[in-house]
Design a protein around this ligand. Structure first.
Ligand code: BG6
Length: 463
C-alpha cells in the first residue's frame, strides 16, 4: 500500500469530529488505509499534538489506532506563515499527500492558493473538498480555476457524501443490471418522481455555516440533485468514472432552471418532534433573530430531454420535519382501464435511501375471499435481510476511493457547475426575498408545499 499522509484543514470543525476521524480510524483498523497513515490536523485553535490526540479520541469515542501518528499545526489556513512548517513536514512524508479541505467555501481559494505557492499540490497530492462547492455557478467556476492552480482535475475529489451511501450507489445497479427496468424508465410509463430528504435535527451547532447556506445550498444543489442525476441519467456505455460523470453532466445540464413559482421555502418555528418541544430556527444559538434563511425547500423541476420531457420531479428537504427519511419514489402511470372498480392505482417504486434501507414496489393484489377486492401490497428487497453485512459509512468508502484514485463517486467540475446552473435563478431570488413561510417543527413544511404538488392533481406520498 502506498504510504499516506492526510492533511486535514478544519481539523477541529464539526465535520472532522463527527465523520472524518472515525472513518479514517475505521479504515486503518480494517486494513483499507495503511496502518501507519499519518494525520496532520490544521486549525486556528491553539493546542499541541497531545491535546489534538485527545480531541480526536473524544470524537471517535475511543483510542486512535496506535500504529498511526497524529500531529497538529495551529494556524490560519489562509495565512502564508503556516505553509513553510507544513512543507517541511511533508518533505519528510513519503507516498501520497491527501489534503482534506473541511473549511468554509470562501476559504478554499486562499488555501489552495497557498498550497500552489508552496508547491504542495501537483506532484504527490490529491485534494478532497467538502461541499458546498461555491455559492452559485460563477463562484464555483472561479473556485475551480483556483483549485486548478494547485491540482489537476484528476487530483481533485469534490465530495458529496450521498454518493458514498450503498443505497445511492445501488441506484445505477438497480437500473442498469436489471433488464426489466429500462423499458419502464421513461416519460411513457412514469407519471412523476418524488424525492424527499427529511431530517428531524435542527442546525446542530452549525448555525454559522447553515445561516449562510440554507436548505437549497446545503442539501438541494448537491445531495438531492445527485439523486436526480442518478435516477434520470442515461446508461453509460461503460462503467467508468468518465462515462458515468459524462452522463450525469448531460442530465444535470438538461434541467430547466427552476422558476420561483415552482418552489416553496420555509423556516421552522417552535414545535414538537416525537413529543419533545423544540425551539424555532431564529431562536437557535448563532442564528440572527430576524434570519430569513430557509430550513425547508420544496420544488418542482423538469428535465428537458427525450426521456423525461414533461415528467415533473418534485423535491423536498427540510430540518425539523416529523421523521428522518430519504426516499426516491417513482410513480408509474395508472393502468388504462379500471377493470376492478375503483381499484386502479399507480404503482410506486420506492428507493428507501435511509434509514430503513430497501427498495419496494407497491402493487395491487386481490384480497383473498369472495369478490374481487384489490388491496395495495408491497414487494420488498431489504438490505438487512438480503445482505447480512452492515453497509460501510459513506465517508469510509469515499476516503478509500480517493486514496485509490477512483473519482467515480465524486463530482467533476462541470457537474458542480451544471447543478448550480439549474438552481441559480431561484437561489438569487430567494437571497433577495423578504421572508420564508413558517412551519411548525414536527410538521411536513409550509402548506404551500402541499399546494405546490396539489396544483398538478398530485400529492406527496408518505416517505
Ligand atoms: C450534510 C448537510 O451535507 O448532510 C447537513 O450539511 C445534513 O445539514 C446532512 O444534516 C445529512 O446527511 P445524512 O447522511 O444524515 O442524510
Amino acid at each position: 500500500m502506498t504510504p499516506l499522509t492526510m492533511i486535514v484543514f478544519g481539523a477541529t470543525g464539526d465535520l472532522a469530529r463527527r465523520k472524518l476521524y472515525s472513518a479514517i480510524a475505521h479504515n486503518i483498523r480494517s486494513g483499507l488505509l495503511p496502518k501507519d497513515t499519518a494525520v496532520i490536523g490544521i486549525s486556528r485553535q491553539q493546542m499541541d499534538d497531545a491535546a489534538f490526540g485527545q480531541l480526536v479520541a473524544d470524537s471517535i469515542g475511543g483510542p486512535w489506532p496506535a500504529s498511526s501518528r497524529l500531529a497538529y499545526v495551529a494556524g490560519s489556513a489562509d495565512q502564508p506563515d503556516l505553509y513553510p512548517d507544513l512543507s517541511q513536514r511533508l518533505k519528510a512524508a513519503p507516498g501520497l499527500h491527501l489534503f482534506y479541505l473541511a473549511v468554509p467555501t470562501h476559504l478554499i481559494s486562499a488555501v489552495v492558493g497557498r498550497l500552489a505557492d508552496a508547491k504542495l499540490g501537483r506532484s504527490r497530492g490529491r485534494v478532497i473538498i467538502e461541499k458546498p462547492f461555491g455559492v452559485d455557478e460563477a463562484s464555483a467556476r472561479t473556485l475551480n480555476r483556483s483549485v486548478h492552480r494547485a491540482f489537476a482535475e484528476g487530483q481533485i475529489y469534490r465530495i458529496d457524501h450521498y454518493l458514498g451511501k450503498e443505497t445511492v450507489q445501488n441506484i445505477l445497479v438497480f437500473r442498469f443490471s436489471n433488464g426489466v427496468m429500462e423499458p419502464l424508465w421513461n416519460r411513457g410509463q412514469i407519471d412523476h418522481v418524488q424525492i424527499t430528504a427529511a431530517e428531524t435535527i435542527g442546525t446542530e451547532g452549525r448555525s454559522d455555516y447553515y445561516d449562510h447556506a440554507g436548505a437549497l445550498r446545503d442539501m438541494v444543489q448537491n445531495h438531492l440533485l445527485q439523486l436526480v442525476a442518478l435516477t434520470a441519467m442515461e446508461p453509460p456505455a461503460v462503467f467508468s468514472a468518465q462515462a458515468v460523470r459524462d452522463e450525469k453532466v448531460k442530465v444535470l445540464s438538461a434541467i430547466r432552471p427552476v422558476r420561483t413559482e415552482d418552489a416553496v421555502r420555509g423556516q421552522y418555528q417552535q414545535g414538537r418532534i416525537d413529543g419533545v418541544s423544540v425551539q424555532g430556527y431564529q431562536q437557535e444559538d448563532g442564528v440572527a433573530p430576524d434570519s430569513r434563511r430557509e430550513t425547508f425547500a420544496a420544488l418542482r423541476l423538469f428535465i428537458d430531454n427525450w426521456r423525461w420531457y414533461g415528467v415533473p420531479f418534485y423535491l423536498r428537504t427540510g430540518k425539523r420535519l416529523p421523521q428522518r427519511a430519504t426516499r426516491i419514489q417513482v410513480v408509474f402511470k395508472q393502468p388504462p382501464l379500471d377493470l376492478f372498480e375503483g381499484a386502479a392505482q399507480a404503482n410506486v417504486l420506492s428507493i428507501h435511501v435511509q434509514p430503513d434501507e430497501r427498495i419496494s414496489l407497491e402493487i395491487g393484489a386481490k384480497r383473498p375471499g369472495l369478490g374481487t377486492h384489490v388491496d395495495p401490497v408491497e414487494m420488498n428487497f431489504v438490505y438487512a435481510t438480503s445482505f447480512r453485512s452492515a453497509s460501510a459509512e459513506a465517508y469510509e468508502r469515499l476516503l478509500v476511493d480517493a486514496t485509490l484514485g477512483d473519482p467515480t463517486l465524486f463530482a467533476r467540475e462541470d457537474e458542480v457547475e451544471a447543478a448550480w446552473r439549474a438552481l441559480d435563478p431561484l437561489a438569487q431570488r430567494w437571497d433577495k426575498e423578504a421572508a420564508c413561510l413558517p412551519y411548525a417543527a414536527g410538521s411536513w413544511g409550509p402548506q404551500a408545499a402541499t399546494a405546490l404538488i396539489a396544483r398538478d392533481g398530485r400529492h406527496w406520498l408518505d416517505p
